[in-house]
Design a protein around this ligand. Structure first.
Ligand SMILES: Nc1ncnc2c1ncn2[C@@H]1O[C@H](COP(=O)(O)OP(=O)(O)OP(=O)(O)O)[C@@H](O)[C@H]1O
Ligand SMILES: [Mg+2]
Length: 221
């Protein structure tokens, strides 16, 4: 199992507000190479779960092992290294630096690793080509369409050859053709043996997912 979660809870404490229980006793196991889709209504805890899986945030309680590593006992710096080496993020707001070019954005993970810049640029160009936006490598992100930005985000997520790809609503705000293209990219990644977890409202993902789960009341069903 690449992911093993037992009785995970997450409670947020918004300033001066009542605590928000986002996850309550969630269990989850994911095999390496599996593609999992997670559905859930707005506010059901999907992004919270992805953030914990990816080590961007920590659970309030429960056990979480990623690739056999106990994520609860990792220091922040260790979590940051794990993320950069093994996990590719395609997050809800794209998380791109909009005033920088596609290639600059794709190079961000390389900047935080020991990889050579020269090799990084070669790989970055190759990935942008594979994703069909090679000719836009020097274009600034704010001058791109939603689908093009989404591809830059996917290229960046793939830069360090991660084992696990986490995608938060990757088809949101895309037209059906672009969405189909993004899904076929995920399908190709699955064939390459990557583990992929996609959070979405879109039922079309069922055509490529190995398994579909529902998040409700802070648990998976
Ligand atoms: N940083 C935070 N501080 C306080 N509460 C939060 C925080 N982040 C999320 N929440 C709350 O936790 C719950 C789960 O939020 P989350 O973002 O995980 O939902 P989601 O399923 O991703 O929703 P959406 O489909 O709208 O993206 C919500 O009630 C939300 O208001
Ligand atoms: Mg969300």
């Amino acid at each position: 199992m690449i992911i093993e979660m037992k009785e995970i809870t997450k409670t947020y404490h918004p300033h001066k507000d009542v605590p928000v229980k986002a996850l309550s006793g969630l269990n989850m196991s994911v095999r390496e190479g599996e593609m999992l889709a997670i559905y859930g209504v707005s506010g059901s805890g999907k992004s919270t779960l992805l953030h914990i899986i990816g080590g961007l945030d920590r659970a309030s309680s429960g056990e979480y092992r990623f690739d056999g590593i106990d994520m609860n006992t990792q220091k922040d710096t260790q979590l940051a290294r794990l993320r950069n080496e093994h996990i590719g993020f395609v997050l809800q707001d794209f998380g791109l630096i909009s005033h920088r070019t596609a290639i600059d954005n794709v190079m961000v993970p390389v900047m935080f690793s020991k990889r050579s810049i020269k090799e990084g640029i070669l790989r970055g160009k190759e990935l942008l080509n594979e994703l069909g936006i090679g000719e836009l490598k020097n274009r600034k992100v704010y001058q791109m369409s939603g689908g093009q930005k989404q591809r830059v985000a996917i290229a960046r997520a793939l830069m360090n050859q991660p084992k696990l790809i986490l995608a938060d609503e990757p088809s949101g705000a895309l037209d059906s053709t672009t969405k189909a293209e993004i899904y076929s990219i995920f399908e190709k990644l699955k064939q390459e043996g990557k583990t992929i977890i996609v959070v979405t409202h879109d039922h079309e993902i069922e055509t490529i997912a190995d398994r579909v789960l529902q998040i409700k009341d802070g648990c998976l069903h």
